[in-house]
Write a protein that binds this ligand. Structure first.
Ligand code: GAL
Length: 344
């Protein structure tokens, strides 16, 4: 009898422990540490970006899970990969506690010809809401396994939590497009920033009013600077860009730039990272710069700390930005909170 009672107590205790752990309420950002969702499962949204819509933040990213391997075609440059699963979406009101909303754009399992087939590349999703069409438009890097297709892809949805319908992909303005982001200006116009010309030069392309394709107007910037991982934001009327050098999954010194007009001239400002390992972006790479909606002028650097040999164990680096007389900085914090206050 005693043994049964002990077993019951043990079972209830284990159940309770599991649920208490799952219900962890995050109160501070811990860059580089495992970050669990509201179910207690590590967040799986890499190379991502966020959208603020109807008082809710949505975080979209690449799902990286399963075994990491190196396809023969990418061996020369260390291009490891996992099978593509699709694009995830999480929702949050406080930017710390994220609910998994599921896979909003799944990879294609059975048709190897499809651009979203699981053996191909699906990276860096970014979602905008179009006020006129009331559609959610996702732009992403769509590529072949050897990265030679170099396309930008588009998907569309009626809801921020999907499902997104894949529209297709292209070389914007006839030019290669690999690492990319989209930026929506205050006047509703949106732009695609992408690493073009074999990653050597960045292109900035105006999108059509429905955001579904390039409008035909673009400029070439940072010629032969090999910038990847672009992230763009606007503060007090000026446009800022953060990006990386071009070294695959290996970290490098970040880049930054400023312009008074999206069409330039863009002035490079150097590596904005400050603190330990700032010279290699804290072992990470930019993905997005998040404007905190409730605190105008507050921005968060959203980065990835890739684990090249176990991509599923890649982590996130969320760090607060700080403005300077010339531009902005990204100082390291072991932990920090909003409103901006470093706790350690
Ligand atoms: C990086 C790029 C990532 C991914 C990776 C593949 O340079 O920023 O998004 O494409 O290369 O090795």
């Amino acid at each position: 009898m005693k043994a049964i009672r002990r077993l019951i107590v043990l079972l209830i205790g284990t159940w309770l422990l599991g649920h208490v752990a799952a219900a962890t309420n995050h109160v501070e950002f811990k860059p580089g540490q495992i970050w669990t969702d509201t179910d207690g499962v590590p967040i799986n949204a890499h190379g991502g970006g966020t959208l603020f819509h109807n008082q809710m933040y949505y975080w979209y990213g690449e799902i990286k899970t399963g075994k990491t391997w190196t396809p023969e075609c990418n061996r020369s440059w260390g291009g490891t990969r996992v099978e593509s699963v699709g694009i995830s979406c999480y929702s949050s009101k406080d930017l710390l506690n994220w609910k998994n909303e599921g896979t909003v754009l799944p990879a294609v399992q059975d048709n190897p010809q499809h651009e979203l087939h699981k053996r191909k590349v699906l990276e860096r999703p970014k979602v905008l809401f179009n006020q006129t069409t009331r559609k959610f438009v996702m732009w992403m890097h769509v590529d072949s396994e050897d990265y030679q297709l170099a396309h930008a892809g588009v998907a569309i949805s009626d809801s921020p939590i999907g499902p997104f319908r894949y529209v297709g992909s292209s070389r914007p303005d006839g030019a290669m497009s690999r690492d990319m982001t989209v930026f929506q200006d205050d006047d509703g116009k949106a732009y695609l920033f992408s690493s073009s010309e074999s990653n050597a030069t960045m292109h900035i392309s105006l999108l059509t009013d429905d955001y579904l394709q390039p409008a035909g107007k673009f400029i070439r910037v940072f010629e032969k600077r090999f910038m990847e991982a672009p992230a763009v934001f606007k503060h007090q009327g000026r446009y800022y860009l953060m990006a990386s050098d071009c070294t695959g999954w290996q970290p490098n010194a970040a880049r930054s730039a400023v312009a008074d007009s999206i069409w330039g001239p863009w002035q490079e400002l150097g590596n904005p990272c400050r603190g330990p390992e700032a010279a290699i972006t804290f072992r990470g790479q930019s993905a997005y710069i998040l404007p905190v909606a409730e605190q105008p002028g507050t921005f968060i650097f959203v980065g990835d700390r890739w684990n090249q040999f176990d991509l599923a164990d890649s982590r996130y680096l969320w760090l607060p930005l700080r403005f300077t007389a010339q531009g902005f900085e990204v100082p390291w914090h072991d932990t920090w909170r909003l409103p901006l206050a470093a706790t350690r």
